[in-house]
Design a protein around this ligand. Structure first.
Ligand SMILES: NC(=O)c1ccc[n+]([C@@H]2O[C@H](COP(=O)([O-])OP(=O)(O)OC[C@H]3O[C@@H](n4cnc5c(N)ncnc54)[C@H](OP(=O)(O)O)[C@@H]3O)[C@@H](O)[C@H]2O)c1
Length: 254
């Protein structure tokens, strides 16, 4: 039987890289892409001892560039095979320590996290329809509600979440399953930029296993982990503003 194919954007590091390794181990054909070919080559070298290494492909694809997105997807479809799962994981992250309003940072995060994700979906939707495929968007629990110092990143993650919920209905009609992945704090290059102690911090390998099990064996729309921290954030979502703002004042004088 021909193995299934997964395309992982932002597969050169962190959660995307660990998930690629996990899928390879489970005999999938894995295509990882990112905007930086050097990082991709290094990622490939790191995986060369994996048993199914021959099933790994790398493709440079800056998701903010519509032409590159189209070329990459067509390369996979024409040269490797039909994509069963697209894991739209690539994102930019820059913590805002001082609550400054930095318009360039907003623009960057909108370009990568939002427009980039939309460019991928725009090409995938016609190719993937009616063949039992899945598009999984990696969002974040920070998208449930506005957090202090997270205006730019949080806004893009909230938009991704809302987009996934909406497309869940629309893409059902064209036979594409939409899923959303909401990880808690995961130890990656991105979160190493944080200056605060991250509660319930887990490894990228932990995230990869949850993503694999969630996408391959479960039918749920949302895959989230670790349970406890995301559950707490889910509870914050339903609090009235008065209590929500009060809690943040108590936590960090925001
Ligand atoms: N780590 C966490 O605690 C956490 C929690 C919740 C959600 N998430 C989400 O999980 C996903 C992965 O994050 P991570 O923590 O693993 O971060 P990471 O290690 O920084 O990985 C981000 C990936 O995105 C790629 N990327 C950045 N800009 C790109 C662009 N323009 N085009 C294509 N690829 C691009 C990066 O590669 P290049 O630099 O080579 O392009 C890298 O491979 C993100 O969507 C993030 O929002 C993470």
């Amino acid at each position: 039987m021909t193995p299934n194919i997964i395309w992982i954007t932002g597969g050169s590091s962190g959660i995307g890289f660990a998930t690629a390794k996990h899928y390879l181990k489970n005999n999938w054909i894995v295509v990882i892409s990112s905007s930086n070919i050097k990082k991709l080559k290094t990622a490939k070298e790191k995986l060369q001892d994996q048993p199914n290494f021959k099933n790994l492909y790398i493709a440079k694809c800056d998701i903010t560039n519509q032409d590159e997105v189209k070329k990459t997807i067509l390369f996979i479809e024409n040269e490797i095979g039909a994509i069963n799962t697209a894991l739209l994981n690539a994102a930019a992250y820059s913590p805002n320590k001082s609550q400054e309003f930095d318009i360039e940072n907003y623009e960057l995060l909108i370009d990568v996290n939002l427009k980039g994700t939309l460019y991928c979906i725009n090409i995938l939707k016609d190719l993937m329809k009616n063949r039992g495929s899945t598009i999984a968007i990696v969002s974040s629990p920070i998208g449930y509600r506005g957090w202090p110092t997270s205006g730019a990143y949080g806004m893009t993650k909230a938009a991704q979440l809302n987009l996934a919920e909406s497309l869940f209905f629309d893409f059902k009609k064209i036979g594409i399953a939409i899923k959303v992945i909401n990880p808690g704090f995961i130890d990656t290059e991105a979160t190493r930029l944080n200056s605060f102690k991250m509660p319930f911090l887990k490894s990228a390998e932990f995230a990869a296993e949850k993503i694999y099990k969630g996408l391959v064996f479960k039918k749920r729309f949302e895959i989230y982990f670790p349970f406890i921290i995301v559950f707490i954030v889910k509870l914050l979502r339903i609090l009235p503003y008065r209590i929500y703002f009060y809690l943040w004042k108590k936590i960090g004088n925001f």
